[in-house]
Design a protein around this ligand. Structure first.
Ligand code: FAD
Length: 408
């Protein structure tokens, strides 16, 4: 086997995986002038955050947004260079036969009255939301609870109607869990981000975020299209038959790949899956800058993405994203399911492309064996599955992984 020696005097830290965790680890090492090599099996950086241009539309690989409030985002990204536009804070709720705007009460208190008078939310729901807002003023430990979100919502007494019309489709779309089984502390944490920050999309698509981080790194320190086949504390073997000697190894892949490389079998149900389907339609005059939450449906929500970020669609066209947790749903199923909610204009929707993501988000708390195996092997583990699924956590664990190499 041929060995690639990076430097006679100092071996690089090898980072496996150029998603947000690996890129953040690389950025931190670069800032501290520690030699590193960032390797990824794919031909582009970003992992689960990528975008592509199809027929003039910007399609993210699965609907997602940038929470501008995340501390790691504020600390490490040049947000103005991303040319962000934020969703209006709130959502459209289905009210018998039409959509009702429910705008974040902190930004537009009057909207609460509309939702109350429509009977989608009870007075008790409003008071519970206010109480929730009050307790999330303090910092929330995202992993601090020991009850599920659904249990928490029932225990607090949120009405079934408000759950079905707002809480379940909105947070189901964040957790990618229809039953809202993730931790109630995560629910409070995400709620805080949505109430206090903005959910935005970059002009060039979500994929511009990892691309920005990668652009700050020396080009010769990134090797793309190179799958790692074996890993140990100080050596990484690549699919082309070469090996790299490493000072330390940071394993920043997704959980499945990390498990494979460390010889661990993951339990069934270790991930939440989703599917995003994109449709194009002739541009509507009315701008709709929030998610449409579909109650008690196989579709969680749909959104006119170019009404928020105009660069997402060419002139005269709309780009609609549809998010479902039912990965078997086809475009025809989506059109049938949404027809009563969209109305006759749905006949003009034309299917563009779908992204099937059966391992979109790792389930929190099921990777202990993986963590233990990495520790025993002397490998530093990063990746959102070591924290909780989000850009914030991926970047945070990437930073922590780099810092642990600085101390060593
Ligand atoms: C549909 C969807 C919606 C989401 N919505 C949001 C949202 O709105 N807000 C939010 O904050 N977060 C959201 N997330 C979560 C967020 O995208 C992830 O938490 C984050 O991108 C994970 O980054 P990562 O670096 O940990 O892993 P990944 O992005 O998975 O990166 C891992 C990398 O490792 C590489 N790799 C794997 N195996 C090997 C190998 N053997 N050799 C070399 N390279 C390898 C992969 O190619 C990949 O590039 C969403 C995710 C999805 C999928």
């Amino acid at each position: 086997m041929e060995f690639v020696h990076f430097n006679y005097f100092m071996k690089p830290v090898v980072i496996i995986g150029a998603g947000m965790a690996g890129l953040q680890a690389a950025s931190q090492l670069h800032l501290n002038q520690i030699p590193f090599l960032l390797v990824d099996a794919q031909n582009q950086v970003g992992g689960r955050i990528q975008s592509e241009n199809i027929k003039g539309f910007t399609l993210d690989f699965g609907f997602q947004v940038l929470q501008t409030n995340y501390p790691e985002v504020q600390r490490s990204l040049d947000l103005s260079a991303l040319d962000l536009v934020a969703f209006e804070s709130g959502a459209y709720l289905w009210n018998a036969d039409s959509w009702l705007a429910f705008v974040n009460p902190l930004k537009q208190p009057g909207s609460l009255l509309d939702v109350l008078s429509a009977g989608i939310m009870s007075v008790k729901d409003a008071l519970l939301l206010a109480r929730l807002w009050f307790i999330t003023q303090k910092d929330v430990d995202p992993l601090g609870a020991n009850e599920s979100t659904q249990h928490f919502l029932n225990r607090w007494g949120f009405s079934l109607k408000f759950q079905a019309h707002f809480l379940r489709p909105f947070f189901g779309g964040i957790f990618l869990s229809a039953g809202l089984t993730p931790l109630a502390s995560l629910f409070r944490y995400y709620m805080k981000q949505f109430l206090e920050g903005s959910a935005a999309m970059p002009a060039a698509g979500m994929g511009a975020i990892p691309v920005q981080l990668a652009a700050s790194l020396p080009a010769d320190s990134i090797r793309l299209g190179m799958q790692v086949t074996e890993v140990s504390a100080h050596q990484v073997n690549l699919a082309d038959g070469t090996s790299v000697d490493a000072e330390r190894v940071i394993l920043a892949t997704d959980a499945s790949a990390a498990a494979k490389l460390l010889g661990v079998s993951l339990e069934k149900g270790a991930f939440w899956g989703t599917k995003t389907l994109y449709f194009q339609a002739p541009a509507q005059v009315e701008r709709k800058q929030m998610l449409h939450l579909v109650p008690e449906s196989r579709v969680l929500h749909y959104a006119y993405l170019n009404h928020v970020q105009p660069t997402y669609a060419p002139e005269g066209k709309d780009l609609i994203s549809v998010t479902t947790l039912d990965v078997s749903m086809q475009s025809a199923d989506v059109l049938a399911e949404l027809a009563p909610f969209v109305g006759p204009s749905i006949q003009k929707w034309a299917f563009l492309k779908e992204y099937l993501l059966p391992e979109a988000l790792p389930v929190v708390g099921v990777f202990d064996e993986l963590k233990q195996k990495a520790a025993e092997a002397g490998i530093v583990l990063a990746g959102d599955f070591t924290g909780f699924p989000s850009l914030q956590s991926a970047m945070h664990v990437g930073r922590a992984a780099a810092e642990s190499c600085l101390k060593a």
